[in-house]
Design a protein around this ligand. Structure first.
Ligand code: FES
Length: 243
């Protein structure tokens, strides 16, 4: 834990990527929690790259967005991913229980869940393909089509809606020149409207890849998008620090 609000991932230090500082939407950067850094609140590993073997079992399970290195045709459950599959299976009493983490792994590898991946998951787990497809289509957190390099999810549920969530959504759509769910021609942005992100105390909440932006107002949006675009140009790995 870091105890000094002047350090860590806040904008005060001028992060090298848009998702590591300069977050105009994070409450801590508005002086509301001056004694805490963002890393104090969320831990320092929440923006880490998930290792192929999955790392700690309790870590964030999925990176549900398309990155340049995602390969929708990559073989599933081979090499380190075969080991990770075994780790997942060992945590559940039956294979049905392992379905979500296995779907997460497939999405992490491919960037989205293809019909072929769903069939392969069903085969590996010994489940009916219709059951697997039903789970993947019921939960909207799974992407069944590619999304952009930056997957922007804007909450328009009650708390955020009362605080202008619809306007924030419209601002992101206008700034990126897209319709909901559409990806920009350069592959950078997909903006989606989502239900509660679990950050109701900090409306409007916006999730960009694995990073939360909180207390976002329409006027903040151009700067957020500008930072993301700038980070895309400046980061050699193109990971924006958020995967
Ligand atoms: S209503 Fe927006 S995060 Fe809960």
């Amino acid at each position: 834990m870091m105890g000094n609000g002047a350090t860590g991932a806040t904008g005060a230090t001028g992060g090298t990527t848009p998702l590591q500082g300069g977050n105009p939407g994070w409450a801590g950067e508005r002086g509301e929690f001056t004694q805490l850094s963002e890393a104090d609140v969320r831990g320092s590993e929440y923006v880490g790259r998930r290792p192929a073997n999955g790392g700690v079992g309790g870590a964030v399970s999925s990176m549900p967005y398309m990155l340049p290195e995602k390969d929708p045709n990559a073989p599933l459950f081979e090499g380190p991913y075969a080991e990770r599959l075994q780790k997942i299976l060992a945590r559940y009493p039956d294979r049905q229980g392992a379905l979500h983490p296995v779907l997460n792994m497939a999405e992490e590898l491919h960037g989205h869940l293809t019909p072929q991946a769903l069939s392969r998951v069903a085969e590996v787990l010994g489940l009916a393909p219709a059951y697997v497809r039903g789970m993947a289509t019921f939960y909207t957190m799974y992407n069944r089509a590619p999304v952009g390099r930056y997957f922007v999810q804007v909450c328009t549920n009650v708390a955020c809606n009362l605080c202008g969530g619809d306007a924030v959504l419209q601002a992101f759509l206008a700034e990126t020149g897209t319709e909901p769910g559409e990806t920009t021609p350069d592959g950078l942005f997909t903006v989606m409207e989502v239900e509660c992100l679990g950050a109701c105390g900090f409306p409007t909440a916006v999730q960009v890849n694995s990073r939360y932006f909180e207390n976002v107002e329409p006027g903040d949006v151009p700067e957020i998008v500008r930072q993301l675009r700038a980070g895309e140009k400046s980061t050699d790995a193109g990971d924006g620090g958020a995967n």
